[in-house]
Design a protein around this ligand. Structure first.
Ligand SMILES: C[S@@+](CC[C@H](N)C(=O)[O-])C[C@H]1O[C@@H](n2cnc3c(N)ncnc32)[C@H](O)[C@@H]1O
Length: 310
């Protein structure tokens, strides 16, 4: 089946920066926890040849099918697994995939998923309110929108969308039930908040629902801990986030793990015994150049953080 020709390409963001940060070298072993369309993975395989290996994971079976075709020239050097990255330790122990020189997370939704009219990630066209990365999961955006209480909806939209008008939106959603398509939802939000905004009025609500449907923050937190413990000494962890909640979680995790003591500042002697497991390679997040943003506007909100296993 010719998958590549039917689906738009996903342009990997910060590609050269990722390869540099991972210190990809021939013979190295790498994990791409969000293999998606296989763009970063192909570059890692290219630079780790000869003798390199890449384990690519994605929760979306369609992404794995696209990556499989894209990475077929690399034969057995690419191992692809359709699973949740929060099962990282389990996946590596099943495959005996150790030691690991570098782990990449390129979070969020791919252009392939955004452009797929059946998935409901975009309000550019009318789709069912799905938003699942994993199509066999039960919870969809429609379930949340049509069944959760007004207060729970407002909390989701406020927390994950950082939407100041979350209560207005939740009230309008409840009044407009049942909702079944993305354009219906976008219109309801627009009516609730008005159109005088820099971004589309429904952007924050769609982000919030996607995060809630896919439990993105909880899964990421669990996976980061495992990734750190799986890296060999000197191994690199690279994480690209696309919104501030995700980036804050990554920043806090990497900062915490790069400190020897987590006791409150006024504690005279350390009682926590925490030992740093990471060294921060860059103190501030790296962002795409203006040229990259111009060539690939989707990259504009990317923030990349890098740490090294001690
Ligand atoms: C931005 S895309 C990655 C694109 C990829 N770097 C490339 O170059 O094509 C993010 C991918 O992460 C996947 N994903 C999201 N949550 C996941 C999870 N919990 N476990 C595994 N994959 C996940 C999505 O299905 C999506 O394909």
């Amino acid at each position: 089946m010719k998958l590549q020709s039917q689906i738009p390409m996903h342009i990997p963001v910060l590609l050269e920066e990722v390869i540099h940060a991972l210190e990809v070298r021939p013979g190295g072993s790498y994990i791409d926890c969000t293999v998606g369309g296989g763009g970063h993975a192909a570059a890692i395989l290219e630079r780790s040849s000869p003798g390199g290996q890449l384990l690519g994971i994605d929760i979306d079976p369609q992404a794995i099918a696209v990556a499989r075709e894209r990475l077929s020239p690399y034969g057995g050097a690419a191992i692809l697994i359709n699973d949740d990255f929060q099962n990282l330790e389990h996946i590596c122990s099943n495959l005996g995939f150790y030691p690991i020189d570098g782990i990449l997370f390129d979070l969020g939704v791919s252009s392939l998923q955004l452009a797929d009219m059946r998935r409901g990630f975009s309000f550019q066209f009318d789709s069912p309110l799905d938003m699942r990365f994993n199509p066999s999961q039960e919870l969809t955006a429609a379930t949340i929108l049509n069944n959760f209480s007004k207060d729970d909806l407002a909390a989701i939209i406020q927390r994950y969308g950082q939407e100041p008008k979350s209560r207005h939106i939740a009230r309008s959603i409840v009044r407009s039930r049942p909702l079944s398509t993305t354009l219906q939802l976008a219109a309801v939000v627009e009516r609730a908040v008005g159109t005088r905004r820099k971004i589309h009025p429904a952007t924050r609500t769609f982000q919030a629902l996607r995060i809630a449907v896919n439990q993105e923050l909880e899964r990421l937190e669990a996976a980061l801990k495992q990734a750190i413990s799986l890296l060999g000494s000197g191994g690199r962890l690279v994480v690209i986030a696309f919104h501030s909640l995700e980036d804050r979680l990554v920043k806090d995790c990497l900062r915490r793990e790069s400190r020897d003591c987590l006791c409150p500042p006024q504690t005279p002697v350390c009682v926590c015994g925490h030992q740093a497991t990471l060294k921060l390679i860059i103190k501030k997040a790296l962002t795409p150049s203006p040229a990259e943003i111009e060539a690939n506007p989707r990259s504009r909100s990317a923030r990349m953080r890098v740490a090294e296993r001690i």
